[in-house]
Design a protein around this ligand. Structure first.
Ligand SMILES: *Cc1c(COP(=O)(O)O)cnc(C)c1O
Length: 393
């Protein structure tokens, strides 16, 4: 009997259950349904998943491509379990929702990625979870810890001003008060610093940035340092249904193959630009932990193996209008949010975000630059002409 063409179409080219050879790259396994050879295999897989094993019984859990990416991220971060998320912010939300319950309190560094405050106002408030912010670079956080404090959530270096935190010290405080410590490790991309090795329980990544590295994927990851935390993260991810597409998982894994060489070039270029800016008459201060003049330099030297392409600077005399003229005059820098791709970007820091950070002592506009993989000399020339243009107009 020959099946109808519709039937053959539905079954043609079905993947084999086993293969004797393998390509260099992990295949992009796109699927919603996971198909089992028999009922016993289906039930066994479900049982293994229930027991906590990283086994897929449905496409939402991801298959081979996802497992390979999770392994690659664990290789960097050194954790027990990696859970992928559809964006960096989703990875942050997942962490908060997994580790906090109504009536709990969380202490957060005031230098965090700004949308964390949105998560606080639009979600945590409603769930009855209290949030307090501590001044990054200050270590008087013990006074903020309450009987219901459960989590210390930090980002080092911070967003916009790149305040470096003393993570081992914060980990010791967290431990002595029975709190979990979660750190946003996007700046270091798992490569330049390992928060879990420094005492954190959770490391959060926006793989949208350097892991992917090509500005074509939105993705995040939560890495748990121990089984107990991993179980809570996995359960939250299961309950919320935060899935990642196989193509995006593949692209991130592909990006990660060149992470080391890209970061080295980002750092080299950013250091050249930072040094140029430091010597410029229209620049008041440069925020880049790899500069000896940066307040976080000593901690950065102790806990990080390098820097990336992100830096900010405050103008010396420019008002907002001249700052706009400066950014608009840039030719090689795109104007836009995010960073971590191969290309240079410029963004005028929103004044209300900067003033929410304790470390801010300035009064002039701040520009954040992402220094890409272009020639550093070309980037410096572009900045030079933008300064000249803004001064003349
Ligand atoms: C960009 C970023 C995020 C959010 O990542 P998305 O993928 O854009 O949601 C989180 N933390 C830090 C430090 C970031 O820079």
């Amino acid at each position: 009997m020959t099946d109808h063409i519709d039937t053959r179409l539905a079954h043609a080219g079905a993947a084999e259950f086993y293969r004797a050879e393998a390509p260099v790259n992990v295949p992009v396994v796109r699927t919603s349904t996971v198909r089992f050879a028999d009922v016993e295999a289906y039930e066994a897989a479900h049982a293994r998943r229930l027991a906590g094993e990283n086994v897929a019984t449905y496409g939402r859990h991801g298959l081979d491509t996802h497992r390979a990416l999770e392994q690659a991220i664990l290789t960097l971060e050194g954790g027990r379990r990696c859970v992928l998320a559809p964006s960096g912010l989703a990875a942050i939300s997942l962490t908060f929702l997994a580790l906090l319950s109504p009536g709990d309190h969380v202490v957060v560094s005031d230098s965090v990625y700004a949308p964390v405050r949105k998560l606080h106002r639009q979600m945590l408030d409603r769930l009855g979870i209290d949030v307090s912010y501590f001044a990054a670079q200050r270590d008087d956080i013990e006074a903020m810890i309450r009987p219901n404090t459960r989590l210390l959530y930090v980002e080092s270096p911070g967003s916009l001003l790149f305040e470096v935190l003393d993570l081992p010290r914060l980990a010791a405080i967290a431990r002595s008060h029975g709190l979990l410590l979660a750190a946003d490790n996007t700046w270091a991309s798992g490569y330049l610093q390992q928060p879990l090795a420094l005492g954190a329980d959770v490391s959060v990544l926006a793989s949208t940035k350097y892991l992917c590295g090509h500005s074509d994927v939105m993705q995040g990851a939560v890495v748990a340092g121990n089984e107990a935390v991993a179980e809570r993260i996995v359960q939250a991810s299961d309950a919320l249904g935060t899935a990642v597409g196989a193509d995006d998982a593949y692209l991130t894994l592909r990006g990660m193959r060149t992470l080391a060489v890209r970061l080295a070039q980002h750092q080299r270029n950013a250091l050249s630009v930072a040094e140029f800016l430091q010597g410029h008459a229209e620049v008041a201060q440069v925020f880049y932990p790899a500069l000896a003049s940066d307040p976080g330099h000593a901690l950065w030297q102790r806990d990080f193996s390098g820097a990336n392409g992100l830096l900010s600077f405050e103008f010396h005399r420019f008002d907002l209008a001249r700052a706009h003229a400066f950014v608009n005059a840039l030719r090689l820098f795109g104007i836009g949010a995010s960073w971590g791709g191969y290309e240079s970007l410029a963004l005028l820091a929103p004044p209300e975000r900067i003033t929410a950070q304790h470390a801010w002592r300035g009064s002039r506009p701040v520009v954040r630059l992402h220094i890409g993989l272009e020639s550093a000399a070309d980037l410096v020339q572009d900045l030079q002409q933008a300064f000249r243009h803004a001064c003349e107009n």
